[in-house]
Design a binder for this molecule. Structure first.
Ligand SMILES: NC(=O)c1ccc[n+]([C@@H]2O[C@H](COP(=O)([O-])OP(=O)(O)OC[C@H]3O[C@@H](n4cnc5c(N)ncnc54)[C@H](OP(=O)(O)O)[C@@H]3O)[C@@H](O)[C@H]2O)c1
Length: 280
């Protein structure tokens, strides 16, 4: 393969699928990975529609399985290079802290955090030997600010942000760059099949039922205004072409303004505003 090689995780839907198409259109050879290969038809259909099917290879990868990661690693080592790694796979764990079994937090971190570490570790030796490479981690506005009823997701993305800062500082001297994409709300499956709400917080007997319902209603009300995920895919393609992108790339409606308020208002003022909207 003469083209630059990019590996993307979680390409069965949403951002991962669209980023695969955008990067293939930009001239990359994309190794589009997904944990269930039976879901590849949508990606292959889109690739065909865009005339880029020969630039996309689908490969199995479950980011929580070291065996699966090792198989992909062996495949990439045969190709002999990797230019861009995009850690995109993720899901959103929700519920109230008191009611979320610790096992659910662990599951969340296995995918959104430890999965990213394990996949990255697999490819760092190759990138270091090349003395170049770009790692793009799909974070979220939830990696910068808390949200009630979403603590598994929010904490996994906060951990990803801190870890990415360390990785960036460690790898820059070796010619490897790290960037975080921080989207607001975009129309993908993360709001349906990708959202795992702890059952207990959805039961009428729960002391949090009313609060959880209000949060759900707030999210539902906002849904028509969620962004088009193609914007994120195009932004990622642009970042991939930069030799040294910024560490953080916030994107989406209201994201910059929310970050501004969070960073420049006193927390007490910020939480008063926030709770006024969310808890009536
Ligand atoms: N959409 C938003 O508003 C938004 C905002 C901020 C950040 N994000 C982030 O964007 C990323 C992509 O999500 P999305 O919005 O595109 O949602 P999505 O359509 O639900 O896509 C999530 C992808 O991750 C995959 N995945 C989940 N667990 C996996 C595992 N263990 N191994 C491999 N793949 C796995 C899913 O595969 P299956 O089909 O097999 O489940 C799917 O391909 C996530 O990291 C999410 O946190 C999304």
């Amino acid at each position: 393969m003469n083209e630059k090689i990019t590996v993307i995780t979680g390409c069965s839907s949403g951002f991962g699928l669209l980023i695969s198409i955008e990067l293939a259109k930009s001239g990359y050879h994309v190794i589009a990975t997904m944990r269930d290969l039976r879901k590849q038809d949508l990606l292959l259909h889109e690739a065909k529609m865009n005339g880029v099917e020969s630039s996309i290879t689908v490969h199995e990868l479950d980011v929580t399985s070291q065996t699966s990661i090792n198989n992909l690693k062996a495949y990439i080592e045969k190709i002999g290079r990797i230019d861009v790694l995009i850690n995109n796979a993720g899901f959103a764990g929700a519920g109230f802290v008191e009611e979320i079994p610790i096992a659910e937090y662990r599951k969340q971190f296995e995918t959104n955090f430890f999965g990213v570490i394990a996949v990255t570790q697999a490819f760092l030796p190759l990138m270091r030997a090349q003395q170049n490479g770009l790692i793009i981690n799909m974070s979220s506005i939830s990696g910068r600010m808390g949200f009630p009823g979403m603590s598994p997701y929010v904490s996994s993305k906060h951990a990803l942000e801190g870890w990415s800062e360390c990785l960036r500082l460690e790898m820059q001297p070796f010619g490897i760059h790290v960037a975080l994409i921080e989207p607001g709300s975009f129309k993908t499956n993360i709001w349906s099949s990708g959202k795992h709400i702890t059952d207990q917080s959805m039961q009428k007997e729960s002391p949090y039922f009313h609060y959880m319902k209000q949060i759900e209603q707030y999210i539902e009300k906002g849904e028509p205004k969620f962004g088009d995920p193609i914007k994120v895919a195009k932004k990622v393609a642009k970042i991939a072409s930069q030799s040294n992108p910024s560490l953080r790339v916030p994107i989406g409606k209201g994201v910059s303004i929310n970050l501004f308020f969070k960073n420049f208002f006193q927390w007490k003022l910020w939480e008063r505003l926030f709770l006024k909207i969310l808890y009536k």
